[in-house]
Design a protein around this ligand. Structure first.
Ligand SMILES: C[S@@+](CC[C@H](N)C(=O)[O-])C[C@H]1O[C@@H](n2cnc3c(N)ncnc32)[C@H](O)[C@@H]1O
Length: 834
């Protein structure tokens, strides 16, 4: 019963909604659409009669399907609101008046199709209902025989009942082809069935008994009825239309259950009786006794037999199944007995088929719906991923990047928790399950639709998926042994600068005022190969206060101070300054500065005003190359230990990406330096390793990693961006090259003009002309001697004053004493080595 209700409701919802959507007046429209799809009678019809047409959905379907200019006449007991292209009127189809009105509308025409969807008022008992409906169908057929054209189609609704076979028999007499079907839109719980009668035979004379309900629906006392006899045998007992049966004043009828098994018309018994009895008659019934003892005769079956008037669909089917099983056991024919029985079985099978079809359809619908949902989720995930990449590329709001990732131990940032919470996974975290989304995982999510599990099964899948994700992420994290803790570095920066300001390459504005120190700051790179990046940054800080130079801005120096430039030995071949910029002094100057940046230094001065660092740093001059060796602080060692690595080397890309993300977070105002400092105070910041066993430290190193402020997707995006940036020459080099080309073109043009003039010269021989042109060309090809650039040491009065230093002519470059010394010593060293 519950299943029926569910299906009924589901179907109501679907077809009802669809009808509303399509503008049909009733869901019944789909029954006609589906019938017509199967038999295609509407397209072939020019005149149609719709009996019992209110509210008019069949007329609507007919009007939109039949050829243009067709005549459609609809009639019903209830008024029908006007329908375009249709004539409708109110009348009882069983009356002569109705027939006359139809005649009036059809004039001399005949109908190609007569439809009948009539249902008498409900409310009475099911058996009574079905009888009235069968009667109505017969009345409709009577009208059809009068108005149908030869070969025409009659479609009628009937209820499966004991009268069903009788009706079918009559239809078969009048039509060439009769088929009963149940369209998918017809509710499963409904006993209605549609009979499509095609090829009206249009006999000259029809026996009135065919159309007389009293003859057609004669009640049988014989348990094995012969329907044919019903119509033609006047002896057959007729259903008493009025009054009680003679002798049966209680109207309670019962037969032994064994009779129900033996009969070939079980529907007649179920429809006509009140009860199937298991009570032994006085002279005994062996079959009944055997039936009573059968295991198939369950209590449920007995309950059904006790009151046939209240059978639901399920009980009805159960009884029929029980009957078939018992018949099989008793050795009765279960198939194709009498004609009526055969038809009954067919009808039953058909109904099962229909049911299966409907269930399949429902299944398909729900699958469609779930795949639609999946698609939507996938799209959303894809959109989200794109958004992340876009944000990374444009550096608009990196906070969102963090949304996707929680820390490896679940102690991720608020953002990560928010993301998890959005997906409803906080509970899972509480249970030790953690949802972490990365780019790859998000793709994996796409199918399962993260966080939207509707059913238990879905949530189980979700759980599994999360477990899998966790595993794979765990592996990923294991692989990335040396992931950096950006927070730690932020803290380190704070410690180094002592002013509480974190300085990234994009936050150079916050540095001190001295712009002239950078050349020396950055000259420790060679040794940094051995000592790691920490040393470089340490020297930067120390020297920043001391050295002075013109040239690159502090911001530029900080930029070049990044690890990413560590391995750069110079510009690529085609960008070789000597070649490309030989006569471009400004570029030369820049390149010199660049060279200077990557030169090692031979001296370093301790910084007094950074006591913290001064304590940590010990300058040593015992290196054979004369490079300064600076001892690393514990914090630096720790940073290095935890810094992301690839093939044993620091993973510059990741470090840069992280730095960019942090810098952008500050630049966009999303975070303040104070936030970064605060975040720096975490369990990773102060790791006291003293006294801890080596194995423990190793284990911690592998498993206890800080989470980075950037996702793999974000890092990849930045990496890609950097790669693209690095691949192209710097702006100044490009400009210089263009200038060079431009000047070469100018010279060529000049040369061309001069040669043209020489050609036109009248007083010269051809040979002279050729010689002059050759001269011009070789002159043009000659290199200009490089102009000497005077190096002026910025000192005293010169220092900080804009404009040309006193007493200096021609090209000049201001350097500081330090740089001059450094460059000289380097040259000396290089000479010695040679
Ligand atoms: C299920 S509705 C028909 C729906 C219709 N096919 C449609 O698509 O809108 C059944 C109709 O049969 C009509 N009906 C029942 N007995 C009738 C009769 N004797 N004469 C005319 N109409 C009758 C009812 O008034 C009811 O409107």
């Amino acid at each position: 019963m519950g299943i029926q209700k569910k299906h009924g409701k589901g179907r109501l919802d679907k077809w009802y909604k669809l009808a509303k959507e399509k503008g049909y007046r009733a869901r019944a429209a789909f029954k006609l659409i589906q019938l017509n799809k199967k038999y295609g009678f509407l397209e072939k019809s020019k005149v149609l009669l719709d009996l019992c047409a209110a509210p008019g959905s069949w007329c609507q379907v007919a009007a939109e399907t039949m050829p243009e200019g067709s005549l459609i006449v609809g009639v019903d007991l209830s008024p029908i609101k006007a329908i375009p292209k249709c004539i409708t009127f109110q009348s009882d189809i069983t009356t002569d008046k109705c027939r006359a009105t139809i005649r009036q509308y059809l004039k001399t025409w005949k109908a190609d199709t007569v439809l009948h969807d009539g249902a008498p008022n409900v409310g009475t008992a099911w058996v009574q209902d079905s009888f009235n409906q069968a009667e109505l169908a017969l009345q409709a057929m009577k009208l059809a025989t009068e108005f149908l054209v030869e070969g025409g189609t009659f479609v009628t609704k009937v209820f499966r009942s004991k009268d069903y076979n009788s009706l079918l028999w009559v239809f078969n007499q009048l039509f060439a082809k009769v088929e009963a079907t149940k369209p998918p839109s017809s509710r499963n719980v409904s006993a209605e069935i549609f009979v499509v009668c095609r090829g009206f035979k249009a006999p000259k004379r029809i026996d009135p008994k065919f159309l007389d309900p009293r003859s057609v629906f004669a009640e049988l006392s014989d348990p094995t009825p012969n329907n044919e006899a019903k119509v033609f045998n006047p002896e057959v007992k007729k259903r008493k239309r009025d009054g009680y049966e003679e002798g049966n004043w209680t109207q309670h009828k019962e037969v032994p259950a064994s009779e129900f098994i033996q009969t070939t018309d079980p529907i007649a018994i179920l429809g006509g009786m009140n009860r199937l009895s298991f009570k032994q008659p006085p002279n005994g019934d062996v079959a009944l006794a055997a039936l009573d003892k059968l295991p198939e005769t369950t209590q449920e079956i007995r309950n059904c037999c006790a009151d046939l008037r209240v059978l639901g669909r399920k009980e009805f089917r159960n009884l029929l199944r029980w009957r078939l099983k018992v018949r099989e056991k008793f050795g009765f024919a279960t198939k194709k007995g009498a004609k009526a029985a055969a038809e009954e079985e067919v009808a039953e099978v058909e109904s099962m088929d229909e049911e299966l079809k409907i269930q399949e359809e429902l299944q398909a619908l729900s699958e469609k719906e779930s795949s639609r949902k999946k698609r939507e989720r996938r799209k959303e995930n894809e959109k989200k991923q794109k958004e992340i990449i876009r944000m990374q590329l444009h550096m608009t709001a990196p906070t969102e990047i963090g949304l996707e990732q929680a820390g490896p131990n679940g102690e991720g940032s608020m953002f990560a928790l928010k993301a998890i919470d959005k997906s409803g996974a906080v509970n899972k975290i509480a249970k030790g399950k953690m949802a972490i989304l990365t780019e790859a995982d998000a793709r994996k999510d796409q199918d399962s639709g993260f966080g939207s599990g509707d059913t238990d099964e879905e949530s189980d899948n979700e759980q599994d998926r999360l477990d899998r994700e966790l595993d794979s992420l765990y592996e990923q994290y294991q692989e990335r042994k040396s992931d950096a803790d950006a927070k730690f570095r932020a803290k380190k920066a704070r410690k180094e600068h002592g002013d509480g300001e974190w300085e990234g390459f994009s936050a150079g504005e916050q540095g001190t005022d001295d712009d002239n120190e950078e050349l020396e700051e950055n000259s420790s790179d060679e040794s940094s190969d051995e000592e790691g990046p920490s040393k470089r940054s340490l020297l930067t800080d120390l020297d920043r206060k001391e050295t002075k130079s013109g040239g690159l801005s502090r911001r530029a120096v900080q930029f070049f101070d990044q690890d990413i430039f560590k391995d750069i030995g110079g510009l690529p071949e085609e960008e070789e300054p000597d070649e490309a910029l030989e006569d471009e002094e400004d570029i030369d100057a820049d390149l010199e500065r660049l060279d200077a940046i990557i030169q090692p230094v031979d001296e370093a001065e301790p910084e007094d005003d950074i006591p913290e660092l001064a304590e940590d740093v010990e300058s040593e001059s015992d290196d054979e190359k004369g490079f300064e060796i600076v001892k690393r602080t514990d914090a630096e060692k720790q940073w290095e230990d935890e810094a992301p690595r690839k093939d044993g080397k620091l993973d510059i890309d990741i470090i840069t990406a992280e730095a960019m993300t942090l810098a952008q977070q500050i630049a966009s105002g999303e975070k303040t330096t104070r936030d970064l400092i605060d975040e720096g105070f975490n369990k990773y910041a102060f790791k006291n390793r003293d006294g801890l066993p080596e194995w423990f430290l190793d284990d911690e190193k592998r498993h206890d990693k800080p989470h980075r402020p950037i996702t793999a997707a974000g890092a990849a995006a930045i990496k890609e961006k950097l790669r693209a940036l690095n691949a192209r020459p710097i702006k100044k080099v490009r400009e210089a090259k263009d200038r060079k080309k431009f000047k070469a073109a100018q010279r060529l043009e000049k040369l061309r003009k001069k040669s043209a003039m020489l050609q036109d010269e009248e007083g010269m021989t051809e040979k002279e002309k050729a010689q002059s042109i050759m001269k011009l060309m070789s002159k043009a090809a000659k290199k200009k001697p490089q102009q000497q650039v005077k190096v002026v040491v910025a000192r005293g009065g010169n220092r900080g004053i804009a404009g040309r230093p006193r007493g200096v002519k021609g090209k000049y470059k201001i350097v500081d004493a330090r740089l001059k010394k450094d460059v000289r010593s380097l040259k000396r060293a290089a000479k010695k080595r040679k």
